[in-house]
Every structure is written in structure tokens, then in C-alpha cells.
Ligand binder design. Sequence first.
Ligand code: SAJ
Length: 431
Amino acid sequence: MDLDELQVGIYGLGHIGLPTATILANNNIHVLGGDVNEKTVNSINQGICSFKEPGLEELVKKCVKNNYLKATSNLDEVSKTSDIMIVIVPTPIDENKKSDLSFVISACESIKKGLEKNNLVIIESTVPPETGMKIVKPLLEESGLKCGEDFMLAYSPERALPNNTLYEMTNNVRIVGGYDEKSANMAASLYSHITKGDIIKVKDITSAEMVKLMENTYRDVNIALSNEFALICEKINVDANEVINAANYHPRVNIHTPGAGVGGHCIPVDPYFLIELAQNYDLNAQLLSTSRSINNNMPKHVLEILMDNIDEKRENYTVSILGIAYKGNVDDIRETPSEKLIYLLKENNFNIIAHDPLVKDETIESFGIKSVSYEEALKGDCVIIMTDHDLYKEITPDMLVNKFIISSKPILDINKFRKEGINFQAIGNIM
Ligand code: SAJ
């Protein structure tokens, strides 16, 4: 494949699509990125990245400047002018926890219009297994072209950790599943220009779709396991994180870290795709469903810890939340456990203030609470650490005015605070 003669079209210029487009362009491949969001398109064409990802913005600037990367909101132009098209659009779940494939379908509707012989289409979006074969393939064949004979089709899951995307995307192993050998080889050849990691070809498209969901579901189930361990440890005055760390010295044990719940656009979402598929085959996937409910219940457990430590009369009791982002050192609030905690605190008539060093004030205030300075936040009657941002690892006992703190993450030395007479409660460590 003579890549510098080709154009790669990317559908979706978000947290994964834009880094993918940029890394390809940085390897001297012409890339036309398509996104429905005009603002995103315009900022990219000015070399600006609309979200924080270390190293990305300077790379976007460079590739736009040397004309290897261009963005457009005219999706049909992407399919008409590209030889390879990669779909990296969101696949949320709806209120019934069912997969919403509308963005994938609309991207394929556009691709269908411009699909030509020898084109390659790759789906990267996380989808329920069998989506490629049962939805994407027939949709693209409405073009009159036959999959395998006229165009190639493959699936390759993206697996880059937010906040470390460029490194992971250029070093992680890449999984590829093709409609046929030719599709798999073409996709593998493209990815060999992006990552130094191995390219693992699995049997087919459905197998590759399954790999991605298994990775994230494995993580969700193991986080649920660590949360269940924490709930038990709380009852027997054992420090869950201490014993988890000790257990993990075992060469074949990798217990995850308990927390206030599971956020992000993947881990709390992907298991539902597998649950949905299992139910379609009359399987009930009870471990996956139970793990989801354990993790979804952790914000309520944080509230229970609070309620167990204050007396009934709590007029004007101010709870201060440290951390709105779904995990440390990111500015992403998708599915953040903090949102669930805010809802529960409001239901119990607490005053709520919040601080997050990476999330904009207006985003925090969109939850109907006050965004305050870090110093102000530390004055809350109860300070609750919900996100393990590096900043919060520097909290010392003297910084807490009202001497009551709950931490959902093991980022502080609890005993140091308790020795100073501070009421320090934590998930997995209750006194
Ligand atoms: N969390 C815990 N305990 C843990 C690990 C995480 O409570 O031991 C919580 C975090 O606080 C956070 C949530 O789970 O709220 C998700 O954090 P994460 O780092 O596991 O997930 P993401 O969404 O940032 O990244 C994951 C990664 N997948 C795996 O680690 C299997 C990443 O490689 C994927 O590319 C990404 O999902 C994705 O886009 O699928």
C-alpha cells in the first residue's frame, strides 16, 4: 500500500479521532477529518485542539500547517475523496442502557455515497459484537458494491488511555479483524504506520469487536470486585488498600483500586453492549450486570459514610467536593461519579460547593452547584475527595478547617490526618 498516494478519511474528531488523524498525518499520510461539529472543524483548521491531551495541539498545528491534515463538516466530501475511511464516532448508551449506534450509522450512510472499488472501511468505535456484519456491511452494500469483492471492511478497537493517548496510540498492540484476509492485511498495513506495537489479527470482525468489550468489561468487573472488598474491609476495621496492595504482590493477582464509582465514556458503558448482546441470545450475563450495579452504587456509599458521621441537625451544612472529572488529571466529566453524588447530596438538602483544577467553572456550575477556589473548598464542613488529581495529593492536615474529610481514593496518608485529630473516613477504611 503506497500510503503517500492515498487519502485517509476520519469520521469523528474527538478524543480518539483527532489523535488518530494527527498521528496518520504526522506519518506523511494525507488525512481529511470529518466532524458534524462546525466549532471542532474550525478550531482544528486553525491548529487548535478543543480538549486537553498532552502533546496533541502542537502536532495538530504542525500537520495542518504542512497540509497533511484538514478538517471538514462536509462528511460526503470525506467519502468522495478518501481511499480509506475510519469511523471513530461516539457510541453512547440510551436511557434503557441500550447501544445507540446512530452516529456509526450516519457515518456509514455518508461513506456509502462515496464508496468506490478498492476502498477500505475500518470501524474503530466501540460497538456491540456483530454490528460490523449485521449493520455496517449491509448498509455499505446499499452502494451497490459488494463487501470483499469491491471494498474491504475491518474492525480495530482504539485503546488509548486518555491523557496518555499519543504514547499509547503509537506503542500499544493493535487488534485487527477483517471481513476477509485482504481486508485484515490492508488494515494491518495502515496501522503498522501508526504504532510500533504488534498488530494482532483475529479471526474476523466480530472477534475484534469482542476483544475491545472484553478489555473494558474485565476492568469494570475487577473494579467492582475491589469495591466489594472495600465494603467488607470497612466492617472489620481493615484498610482495604493496604491489603489489596499486599495481595497484589502475588504474581498472579491484580486487584484493582476501590473508588467512588466508575466514570469515563468507556468502562461504565461498554459492559452494557455485552449485556445487550447476551440478552439477545437469552443469556443473562449476571456477573456483568451485578458489577455494573456495584460500581453505580458507590456514590451512594460515599453519602452513607457522610451521614454516618454527622448528627441529624444539619442546617446549612456545606459539603465540599474536590474533583468533578471522572478520574485524576483529566478534564473529562463524562459519566463522572461526582454527578451522582451531587444529585444525592441535593436530595438530602446539603449546601454543595465544588472545586476541580481541570474542569471549567461553568461546567461545574452546570450541575447546579457553586464552583469555588481550592482554598474556599477546603473550608467545607465536610471535604470529599472524589477525583485523584495530583493537586489533592498535597493536602495536609492543617489545610482542613473543619477537620472532617472523606476520601474515595487512596491518595493521602490517613493515619497522618487521624493523628492530628481529623475525622478522616475513606472508602475501604472506616474508623
Ligand atoms: N477506576 C477505579 N479503580 C481502578 C481503575 C479505575 O475506580 O482500579 C475508575 C476511575 O476512577 C474512573 C473509571 O474507573 O472513574 C475509568 O478509569 P480507567 O482509567 O479505567 O478508564 P478510561 O476510560 O480512562 O480508559 C479505559 C482504558 N481501558 C482499560 O484500561 C481496559 C483505556 O485503555 C481505554 O482505551 C479506554 O478505557 C477506552 O477508551 O476504552
